[in-house]
Design a protein around this ligand. Structure first.
Ligand SMILES: NC(=O)c1ccc[n+]([C@@H]2O[C@H](COP(=O)([O-])OP(=O)(O)OC[C@H]3O[C@@H](n4cnc5c(N)ncnc54)[C@H](O)[C@@H]3O)[C@@H](O)[C@H]2O)c1
Length: 257
């Protein structure tokens, strides 16, 4: 028996990386999964209930996808917001249009999907929303500006949603991943020329000594989406291999630690 048997899950950013890993895991656990992404469904796709190629920051498109999902399945039980883009830099060099692009997808997109999916959830008086934020939404990183502000916004939006909709039986949580090896977002930053030393520093900052895998975020998302987390709401779950635990100097290395 799957932990999401009979549930309907809407997953954004579903064409790659964390969204795709979550879609796969939800499907394995018995959910009907509706994917949303700007990109087309990947060739080795899971058995989507439906897949919509759309922009999460386009309110009309989001409303249409939610409507089509409810028409087909009668409800939405789970929302996983993973659509996102990287971007930032030192503030005095950040073009205002770049700032708006990042905020528009990461924060406004999350807001719009929540806004529309909440309507059928309110009717059912149940539901679980999981937003993918970031450790960069709870602490800063050099040059993080737009991205970090957008993810900080997702963390607080999550908490406010949890306050507003808890009495309606709707739980809202977010995950703050550390650095996870994904083909596009991770490699678009860490794979840049001249980044090998920085990449190594970031890897070292994860106390487990490695970057994360998409499946490790999917496991946390499944927990939050499922009834196993029935008393968890308003939580920002850090899944970061110890990145934010504190400083490691290596002084214990002679002990093999
Ligand atoms: N990879 C990491 O290290 C990491 C760490 C923390 C948080 N995150 C967050 O996890 C999420 C997924 O990241 P990823 O690493 O899997 O990246 P990714 O680039 O592999 O996946 C992001 C997906 O979002 C889609 N997307 C982008 N803009 C969109 C839009 N306007 N509408 C619909 N879809 C859109 C992309 O097409 C892509 O398929 C993002 O929100 C990211 O900020 C990633």
């Amino acid at each position: 028996m799957g932990r999401l048997d009979g549930r309907v899950a809407l997953v954004t950013g579903a064409a790659s990386g964390l969204g795709l890993a979550c879609a796969r895991r939800f499907l394995d656990e018995g959910a009907a999964v509706v994917g949303v992404d700007l990109s087309p469904a990947p060739a080795e796709a899971p058995q989507w209930g439906a897949f919509h190629q759309a922009d999460v920051a386009d309110e009309e498109a989001v409303a249409g996808i939610v409507g089509a999902t409810v028409d087909r399945y009668g409800r939405i039980d789970v929302v996983l917001n993973a659509a996102g883009v990287a971007g930032g830099g030192p503030v005095h060099l950040v073009d205002a249009r770049e700032w708006e692009r990042v905020l528009r997808v990461n924060l406004t997109g999350t807001f719009l999907v929540c806004k529309h999916a909440l309507v059928p959830m309110l009717e059912a008086r149940s539901g679980s929303i999981v937003n993918i934020a970031s450790i960069e939404g709870i602490e800063g990183t050099e040059g993080g500006s737009a991205y970090n502000a957008s993810k900080g916004g997702v963390v607080l939006l999550t908490k406010n949603l949890a306050i507003d909709y808890g009495r309606a039986g709707i739980r809202v949580n977010c995950i703050c991943p550390g650095f996870i090896e994904t083909t596009f977002m991770f490699e678009s930053v860490m794979g840049l020329d001249g980044m090998s030393q920085v990449r190594e520093q970031y890897r070292e900052a994860h106390k487990l000594g490695r970057f994360g895998r998409p499946e490790e975020i999917a496991g946390a998302a499944l927990f939050l989406a499922s009834d196993d987390a029935s008393f968890v709401t308003g939580h920002a779950l850090v899944v970061d291999g110890g990145f934010t635990a504190g400083m490691r100097t290596g002084v214990l290395e002679p002990l093999g630690l």
